[in-house]
Design a protein around this ligand. Structure first.
Ligand SMILES: [Zn+2]
Length: 90
């Protein structure tokens, strides 16, 4: 398969933040299913942000700082985690 030269930058941040939350949240289910559900729910509530290389340019375009971006990802992640905890898919 051809290696894609672009990625959803938001997805990258969501992965980073979710890993941190798994560390600080020991009662959170770590199975693939819950992980996927949390990722999907979170990503559905955030606008995708495709980047090829120049992330700084994208941020300027959206008028966002890296901190703001991470903050909105954390908000959506917490909502998704709450939802998956309340009704896990298994
Ligand atoms: Zn699970």
């Amino acid at each position: 398969m051809k290696q894609s030269s672009y990625e959803n930058y938001i997805e990258k941040i969501v992965r980073e933040e979710l890993d941190k939350m798994y560390e600080g949240n020991k009662d959170l289910c770590r199975c693939d299913l819950c992980y996927r559900d949390i990722m999907t729910l979170t990503l559905n509530n955030l606008p995708p942000m495709y980047v090829s290389s120049n992330v700084g340019h994208i941020m300027t375009m959206y008028n966002l700082t890296k901190d703001q971006l991470h903050a909105s990802v954390v908000v959506e992640l917490l909502k998704a985690i709450e939802q998956v905890k309340t009704s896990p898919n298994h």
